[in-house]
Ligand binder design. Structure first.
Ligand SMILES: [Cu+2]
Length: 171
């Protein structure tokens, strides 16, 4: 029973992927004078998350670049360039992911963002799933009803399934 719970909890954690729109409602632009460093700093990026850049493709683009190029706004040899105006990029590894707009002057004007995926991100800032899943009440007393009522509220059908399992165990 406890092993089953642990497996289910692991599945919930793995499937937890977020989509972040760069600049939120303003999108990817120079007009709104967005502080993209500020925007990025408030996010808890994880591997598997998706960042989307929405912009007018007539005036902007998205270049992924190295740290050196990022610092100097050097658009001469990007790692990859996106130009659709609605680019979704999946984060597949830890560390810094540097992006800027390659249109002359735009990076210098602040249209640049560093998507940093920390290895310890889950510990530094608990995700909603971690907060909603108190491990302590479940493990020591798997037969008591209270934790399962809590789980049912948090996870719907999964919690209900656990409650049924608990019931059949104690019967
Ligand atoms: Cu631009």
């Amino acid at each position: 029973m406890v092993v089953l719970l642990i497996v289910m909890m692991a599945a919930v954690q793995v499937s937890y992927a977020a989509v972040y729109k760069v600049g939120d409602s303003a999108g990817w632009t120079t007009l709104a004078h967005i502080d993209y460093t500020n925007w990025s700093a408030t996010k808890n990026f994880q591997v598997g998350d998706i960042v989307t850049f929405e912009y007018n493709a007539q005036f902007h683009n998205v270049m992924r670049v190295t740290h050196v190029m990022y610092k100097s706004c050097n658009a001469s040899s990007p790692i990859v360039t996106f130009t659709t105006g609605n680019d979704s990029i999946k984060i597949t590894n830890y560390g810094h992911h540097f992006f800027f707009c390659g249109v002359p002057g735009h990076c210098q004007a602040g249209q640049k963002v560093d998507i940093n995926v920390l290895r310890v991100s889950a510990a530094a800032a608990p995700t909603p799933s971690a907060l909603a899943f108190p491990i302590l009440p479940v493990a020591p007393s798997p037969r008591s009803a209270a934790p399962f009522i809590y789980l049912k509220g948090a996870f719907g059908m999964m919690g209900l399934a656990m409650a049924i399992l608990a019931f059949s165990n104690s019967a």
